[in-house]
Design a protein around this ligand. Sequence first.
Ligand code: GLN
Length: 359
Amino acid sequence: MQRHLILEDGTTFVGEGFGAPATTFGEIVFQTAMTGYQESITNPIYDGQMIVFAMPVVGADGIHAEAYESVKPTIRGMVVHDLAEISTNRQRRMSLDRFLKQNNIPGLCQVDTRQLIRHLRESGPQKATIVDYVDDHARDQLAATVLTKQQVQNTATPKAYANPGRGYHIVVIDFGLKHGILRMLGDYDSNVSVLPYTTSVEEVLTLDPDGIVLSSGPGDPNSLPESVFTLIRVLQTKAPMLGIGLGHELFAMANGATLNPLVAEYHGMNHPIQEIISQEIFYAMQGRGYVVDDQTVDRKKMFVTHRDLVDQSIQGLRHRDYPAFSVQFFPDGAPGPIEPNVIFADFFETVADYVEQYN
Ligand SMILES: NC(=O)CC[C@H](N)C(=O)O
C-alpha cells in the first residue's frame, strides 16, 4: 500500500509501506553505513527516531539471533530505497518486514532516499511522520507533536542486574546500553553489574568495582540531571573509567566541557578516526548528534586522544589525573570494523594495573 513520509518543514515523500501499518512520529535521521541495519534499528541510541538508510537495498540479511543490540527496538520508523524481498542468509530467523510488524514499527520503501538524505543533510534532524494520506489533519498532528526528551529514561534499566562472569568486577552505568558493550566485556575476564544511571555513589562503591563503564545512549546529553555529573566526577577518582558515546559526552561535561548539537547528525562508519599518540587510523561505527566543543576542554584536566579526520571532531578524551578515558565512537564493532575493539583491551589493561596496585 502507498504510504507517505511528511517532514516538519512540509516536504513529503511517497513510498510503499512495509512493516507495521502504524502511524508514528519521530525525529528523522539518516544512516550512511552500508551494513548492520539490524544493529542500527535495535540500538537504543535511536530511541524515538526514524532512520533513513543510504544503503540502496536493505533487508537481504533478514533478522538473525546474533545481531540484536537491545531486547526490543524503539525506533519510530525505517525508510529505505529498496526492500530485499528474498533473504538467503543462513542465520536468518525472520524477515525484516515481519520483525517490524511484530514490533509495531512502520517501514517505507521505494523512497528516493538520496534526495531525502540530501534534504536532511541541509535541514538537520526534524520531526517526521509516516501516514497513509497527506492531508491537513496529518500535517496538524505533526506540527502539534512534542517529541520527548526522556530517551535515556525510556531505554536505561530502572533496576540493577548482573551479567555474571568470572574476573574483574566491572560496573556499567546504563544510559541506554547496547548489547555490543556487554558482549565485549564478556570477552574479557569480567563479572559485570549493570546499574541504572540514577544510582548513587555509595551504591556503586559498595560493589567495590575494579572498573566502571559509562554506556552509550540516546538523546541530548544536556537533558541529564546534575546528579549524573556528580556521580561521574566522584567515580572517576575511585576506579578506572571508560565512557562510550553518550558516556563520553557525559564524561566530558562532568569535567567542564560543553556539548554542542551537530547541524547534521552523523550516523555511519566512513569517517577515518586517528589515535593521536600512535597516528594510527581506523574506522568505527559512529552515531552522534552532539559534539564536544573543543574550546571548552580544560587542557590542564584532560587531553584529546582521538580525532575524526573528516570534521576534526574530538573522538576520544583522557583525564590527566585519573585512569579515566572515553571515546565518542562505538568500540564494540556491532556493526562495524573490529579495529576499535582495542579500546576494551586498553581498558582491561588499565583495570589490571589498578587492581595490582591497590589490592
Ligand atoms: N553514540 C551515542 O551514545 C549517542 C550519544 C548521543 N545520543 C548523541 O547523539 O550524540
